[in-house]
Design a protein around this ligand. Structure first.
Ligand code: NAD
Length: 261
């Protein structure tokens, strides 16, 4: 238990990678502020499950990552309830797949807001408290698409390249305050986000489901395997440890070799 008495806010933690990170941080003793969309009863089950399984406190913030005031309130909820927000994981994200000329303008705006601007709003709210306590860990879930592009994902690739830049900038600004800022860049992780983009990719590229999985998704990854949510979560836990205190501004790939090509 390395994170006892710390509090972690994890955005987009009702599902997929964020949920695995929240559970892994709770396992290390951190209190958790869960966030994300979903069925109320399911979310309550997840929240209560974290408390009973790991013996920590867990709260749920319904903040919509499209709304800056709600994002700030999510951070304040953690500070009011637990006394501090020590770890901030900006993880919420959505995807949309379309040729650029047909890309719906509202989808572009949503992806930039949820996948990029929400991290800015949360960081802006959390950094003063971290500076005051001289300790903080900010982890942004970026993507292999923060380093390389794929066709038909203009908004997602733009947002993820943006979050890599935001990570480096804030890392420099807070470097002398005991705060590290890093991003994790997974390749394809089998989560609802990946499952949901298969039908659109089938349409955009004229392929079957099996062809999308094997020839588009796993084609990118030399290991020919999906990354697991627990592998990403283990890296997040490591970034919160003392062993990682000199890692900052890094963009850490976990992509089966994708971006080595
Ligand atoms: P997911 O769909 O399982 O989870 C996304 C989470 O974000 C959910 O909790 C959802 O409720 C939340 N969310 C979406 N819109 C929101 C909003 N407006 N306000 C608050 N919460 C909102 O997806 P995932 O695969 O676990 O993705 C998590 C992060 O990992 C994303 O940033 C994604 O871009 C990134 N990522 C995923 C993969 C992958 O292959 N799955 C690869 C690289 C990066």
């Amino acid at each position: 238990m390395t994170l006892t008495s710390k509090t972690a806010v994890v955005t987009g933690s009702t599902s997929g990678i964020g949920l695995a990170i929240a559970r892994a941080l709770a396992k290390e003793g951190a209190n958790i502020v869960l966030n994300g969309l979903g069925d109320e009863a399911e979310i309550e089950k997840t929240r209560a499950g974290i408390e009973s399984e790991f013996g920590v406190k867990a709260l749920y913030s319904p903040a919509n990552m499209l709304k800056s005031d709600e994002i700030e309130e999510m951070v304040r909820l953690g500070e009011r309830s637990f006394g501090s927000v020590d770890i901030l994981v900006n993880n919420a994200g959505i995807q949309f797949v379309s040729p650029v000329e047909d890309f719906p303008v509202e989808k572009w705006d949503q992806i930039i807001a949820i996948n990029l601007s929400s991290a800015f709003h949360a960081i802006r709210a959390a950094v003063p408290g971290m500076k005051a306590r001289k300790w903080g860990r900010i982890i942004n879930t970026a993507s292999a698409h923060s380093l390389v592009a794929s066709p038909f994902k203009s908004a997602y690739v733009a947002a993820k390249h943006g979050i890599a830049g935001l990570t480096k900038t804030v890392a420099l600004e807070v470097a002398t305050h005991g705060i590290t800022v890093n991003c994790i860049s997974p390749g394809y992780v089998w989560t609802p986000l990946v499952e949901r983009q298969i039908p659109d990719t089938m349409k955009a590229r004229g392929l079957t489901k099996e062809q999308v999985i094997n020839d588009v998704l796993l084609e990118a990854q030399p290991t020919k395997q999906f990354v697991t949510v627990d592998q990403v979560a283990a890296l997040a836990v490591f970034l919160c440890s003392d062993a990682a205190s000199q890692m900052s501004g890094a963009n850490l790939s976990m992509d089966g070799g994708w971006t080595a090509k």
